[in-house]
Design a protein around this ligand. Structure first.
Ligand code: PAF
Length: 289
C-alpha cells in the first residue's frame, strides 16, 4: 500500500496521536532518501516489531561540511515512495527545510564531543553535530517510539545511543545489521557515485575488515597488529586511499590497550572521489583472564 505522505509537523503529530490512541506502537526510520535495500531492511525490522511504521526523508544540510555533496546528494521521491510501499511503510514524512526550521537554521546544537570528534569526525568536524541535532529534532517531533538505524554508520549509531541515554529521550534505539552487495560492499546511497572500476575496487573495504577479523580470530590481541593488517589490504588496491582503519571499544570508540570482549573494526577510504566507510563487530571470548 502506498504510504501516507505527510509534510507538516502538525499533521504528523496528529496522525501519530490518532494511531497511538488505537493502541499502536510507533517505529521510526529516519533517512535522507534515495532508499536502497539497507533502508528496506530497517523498514522491515520496524514493521516486524511496531504497529505503525513512519519513515522520514530529509537531506539534512547540517550534516554536510563545506565542499561536501549536499547539492548533488541523490534525490528521487517517486522511487523512494515505491520502495517504502514495498516495505509496508505507513507514513512517509517529507518535511521542507522551512517546515522543520521556521526560524531559520537552528541555533541549538547537540554535541557528543568525545564520540563525535574522532574517526569520521576527524575528517568531517561538523558532521555528527548535524546528525545528532536533526535526529534529536525528529525524535522530539515523533515522540515515544522505537527508532531504527543501520550499523553501517556505526559511529552515528554510537552517538545516537549515547544522546538518547544522556537526554532520557523516550525512544528505544534499534541497530540493524549492514546489508551488503554480493561482493561484500556495504549498501550506501553514495555507491551510486562510483564508476565501474571504482565499484569493483570498493569491495576492498570488506576484504580489509575480513583480514582484521582473521588476525583477531588467529589470536592477535594487540590493536596495532589488526590495524596494520587492515591497512595493508586497502593499500594493495590502487584505486583506494585509506583514511583510517582501526579497532575500537564499541561504546567509547577508543582503541583499547588490549583487545578483549566485543570490539568493532572501523574503516574509511576514498575510492575515486567517493568516501566510503564500513565496520564489523568481532567477539573475543574464552581468553584466560
Ligand atoms: O543515516 C542517515 O541517513 C542520516 O545520518 C540520518 C540518521 C537520517 C540523519 O540525517
Amino acid at each position: 500500500m502506498t504510504p501516507q505522505l505527510i509534510s507538516t509537523v502538525a499533521e504528523l503529530r496528529s496522525e501519530l496521536d490518532r494511531r497511538r490512541a488505537l493502541g499502536h506502537t510507533i517505529g521510526l526510520v529516519p533517512t535522507m532518501g534515495y532508499l536502497h535495500a539497507g533502508h528496506g531492511s530497517l523498514m522491515q525490522a520496524a514493521g516486524e516489531t511496531c504497529d505503525t511504521v513512519a519513515a522520514s526523508i530529509y537531506v539534512n544540510p547540517l550534516q554536510f561540511g563545506a565542499g561536501e555533496d549536499l547539492s548533488s546528494y541523490p534525490r528521487d521521491l517517486q522511487r523512494d515512495t515505491e520502495i517504502a510501499a514495498g516495505r509496508e511503510v505507513d507514513i512517509l514524512f517529507v518535511p521542507t527545510e522551512e517546515e522543520l526550521h521556521p526560524l531559520g537554521p537552528p541555533l541549538t546544537e547537540i554535541n557528543v564531543p568525545s564520540l563525535a570528534s574522532v574517526w569520521e569526525g576527524a575528517s568531517r568536524p561538523t558532521h555528527f553535530v548535524g546528525v545528532a541535532t536533526i535526529v534529536n529534532t525528529l525524535l522530539n517531533i515523533v515522540g515515544p517510539c522505537a527508532a531504527f538505524f543501520g550499523e553501517k554508520d556505526f559511529q552515528q549509531l554510537a552517538i545516537i545511543n549515547r544522546m538518547v541515554a544522556d537526554l532520557s529521550l523516550p525512544v528505544e534505539i534499534i541497530g540493524c545489521p549492514t546489508v551488503r552487495e554480493p561482493d561484500g560492499l556495504a549498501m550506501s546511497s553514495r555507491n551510486s557515485y562510483l564508476t565501474r572500476d571504482e565499484r569493483e575496487a570498493a569491495a576492498i573495504l570488506r576484504l580489509a575488515l575480513d583480514a582484521g577479523e582473521a588476525v583477531i580470530k588467529g589470536g592477535a590481541r594487540e590493536p596495532q597488529e589488526v590495524i596494520r593488517a587492515m591497512g595493508a589490504v586497502v593499500n594493495g588496491e590502487p584505486l583506494a586511499k585509506l583514511d583510517y582503519a582501526t579497532v575500537v571499544d564499541p561504546a567509547t570508540l577508543e582503541i583499547p590497550p588490549v583487545l578483549m570482549n566485543d570490539v568493532r573494526l572501523l574503516i574509511a577510504a576514498q575510492v575515486g572521489r567517493t568516501r566510503l566507510i564500513d565496520n564489523c563487530g568481532v567477539s573475543i571470548h574464552g581468553d584466560p583472564t
